[in-house]
Design a protein around this ligand. Structure first.
Ligand SMILES: [Zn+2]
Ligand SMILES: [Zn+2]
Length: 331
């Protein structure tokens, strides 16, 4: 009999995760076994649990913002030393051969596999990962604080890059990604405008505390024309709103893995060379850059800690928009 671990596992979308006793996974060739120290809860986990984002493995242990210590190495794994602190992101692997992979755009690889979706993730005491897609965690961050950097930070940073120079930046949705991106953008000297759920005074106050120039309701007008807007909330209706808020030439970047349908809107909203684009997953370059930029910019992720067994409560709080910053499971 091998060792066992506790894990929170999804058997069917729409059902709560179940606390289970599973075998500790064995690292395969090129893989590391991590003792999980913290795993943040992402909106994509919620989409998977709620059945809005399908096609992965079932049953599945969700969680793709893992901070762990190397507890074992599979054959040939040599990038990280035993005991080293390692981060595991959403992109678990890519083919390495296709056009996208060869161009450093592995986020678009048709054979890309994702942590906590195609392979078991970090809502557990142990997890295995392909070491080529893992990151060393900067010393500036504790385990719990580092976890949200691994998706909210990475994909948020990719979205920020897509916004270009954009001195006046709107953020639609001020959760885990929004509050990290805001700190980087402010450090870069941009003016940040935070749009939250209508009437969410707590999120608006949080945005102002972090140094945003303005915070208000996502359904209302912007106080001045924006150069770009990043839409983190998975709400398609915000796309025409954001287009209405950007100046001619402005960009609207949809940064979520999943979004509800975008309602039709008059062409006048897009006119003037405004554009809309999406962001898919992350490349390893996004992760490397974010982990270099975040400590320099003094990014401090706000977290709320939950026990592993309370993963369902964390998901419920995220669904209600009741978390300031990011929910993090600590086994
Ligand atoms: Zn995520
Ligand atoms: Zn590929």
């Amino acid at each position: 009999m091998g060792a066992t671990m506790k894990a929170m596992r999804l058997h069917r979308p729409g059902e709560p995760l179940r606390l289970e006793e599973l075998p500790v996974p064995e690292p395969g060739p090129g893989e590391v076994l991590l003792e999980v120290r913290a795993c943040a809860v992402c909106r994509t986990d919620l989409h998977i649990v709620d059945g809005e984002f399908t096609g992965g493995k079932l049953p599945i242990v969700p969680g793709h913002e893992i901070v762990g210590r190397v507890a074992g190495r599979g054959p040939g794994a040599a990038l990280f030393a035993p005991g080293e602190r390692v981060g595991v992101p959403w992109l678990a692997s890519a083919c390495g051969r296709c056009r996208y992979c060869r161009e450093g755009r592995e986020n678009l690889c048709a054979e890309a596999r994702f942590t906590g979706f195609h392979r078991d993730g970090g809502f557990a005491q142990y997890a295995v990962a392909d070491e080529r897609f893992c990151y060393a965690i900067p010393d500036a961050y504790g385990d719990e604080e580092a976890a949200p950097l691994l998706c909210a930070g990475f994909i948020g940073y990719r979205a920020l890059r897509m916004a270009g120079d954009a001195p006046r930046l709107g953020l639609y949705g001020f959760g885990a990604a929004g509050h990290i991106v805001a700190q980087i953008a402010i450090h870069q000297g941009r003016e940040v405008f935070a749009f939250t759920r209508p009437g969410d005074a707590a999120a608006q106050a949080f945005a102002m505390r972090l140094g945003c120039a303005w915070a208000g309701d996502s359904t209302g007008p912007a106080p001045q024309p924006l150069d770009a807007a990043l839409v983190f909330a998975p709400v398609g209706a915000l796309v025409p709103e954001a287009l209405g808020a950007v100046a001619p030439g402005g960009r609207v970047v949809c940064a979520g893995i999943h979004m509800s349908d975008i309602p039709s809107f008059p062409y006048a909203r897009l006119k003037g060379e405004r554009s809309v684009r999406s962001v898919a997953n992350l490349t390893r370059r996004d992760g490397d850059e974010l982990l270099e930029v975040a400590p320099r910019a003094g990014v401090r992720p706000a977290t709320r800690r939950y026990r592993l067994a309370d993963a369902n409560a964390a998901l419920a709080d995220l669904r209600r928009g009741a978390i300031e910053g990011a929910a993090v499971l600590v086994p």
